[in-house]
Design a protein around this ligand. Sequence first.
Ligand code: HEC
Length: 378
Amino acid sequence: MDIFKTPKVHWRHFFGGFSFLILILQFATGIFLIFYFDPTLNNAYKSVQDLTNKVMGGSLFRNLHRWIAFFIFMTLLLHTIRSTLRKDFMIANKKVAWLTGVLLLLPIFLLILTGIILPWEWKGYWFMEMVPNYAEAIPYAGPFLKTFLIDAFTLPRTFAVHILVLPVISLVLIDYHFLTTLRNRGIFKYIFRHTLISIPFLIILFVLATYITIPSQDPEIVPLPLDGRYTPAPEWYFLTLLLPFLYYSRGTLIPVLSIYTPLILFTAFTLLPFYLKGKQGEETEEGTAPAQDKIIKRRGIRKFVTSTAIFLVFAIFVALLYRGSYHSPTLGCNACHNLSSGRRMGVPPEAFKDRHVLPNLDKNQWMMGHWYYPNEIW
Ligand code: HEC
């Protein structure tokens, strides 16, 4: 049975292939959710609750969708680290794969962002309010962008972006990234083989989606305010960018840490194949001149140093993600914001766009503090 043999190439890009697999699963669960979700302000929350509590398999599909959203960024990150350490950006005919790969991180990130808003409980509502606050920190264009985002926001629009605009952009990028190569090799065989070697990870996903679920039984069962500490959630990625808002209420450090640094790192990373272009020839020579021991040795040291440096950058990213977000109680918001505390506290307020009525929404530090320590601040 030739089909059961996994060629080496599967392991080399294991995390890339795995991301593709769970992306397909994400697509499937997403299509399921579309049939139950009602993207209107009054019904969104209720429709998600009904889906979770009344529809057979609804809870599993919803929580799978949520866990995959968290893991897909992680597996993409691992895939990126490995491609970087292997110096894929040095290989001339992989330039398109490199660029599309890095660019893919953007729509995936935005899919996570829009996906958090859609259920329209208080967590989604909080997110929707913090995105314009984040945009406001951008110099010059910030205030305009903030007003635009608040004015333009509607739940159906966010829904359209989430199920149509971003998936189409991702699909085009994925096609350029590797589907063309894959089609030549046999796409279904690839998926089948990759599923086989991914079974343990898929089992973990299903177990997590079954046992660590997002609370949705309120007002019958309400969670504790601090529920969800240490529990990874897709929110973590955006929270990491917002973290400086928690520590500094105003000042230049916020845009430096939340906008400039990530932007510069991301751009430098995207452009790697271009400013390292000169060294390409040297790389391909390797192995053709076995006598040049010394050169190879020096090259080895340089390789070691660059890979360590690149790895450190990612280690810092992951550490930041963990340090910054592990104590955010992502599952506990319903402890206070549930229907038994009254309609005002049960569903997001109707005046959510009017910051004169709800002045707290403009106070970034308060918002972040309330997210991390909801039991202390109000
Ligand atoms: C311990 C109870 C409690 C918990 C837990 C809690 N909140 Fe709150 N929250 C409050 C109170 C009280 C207010 C003030 C309400 C008001 O001003 O009418 C508030 C206000 C807010 C506001 C301000 C906007 C508004 O309309 O007043 C947002 C946004 C918010 N909470 C989101 C969250 C999120 C997200 C979580 C989970 C991470 C959370 N809350 C957890 C009690 C809580």
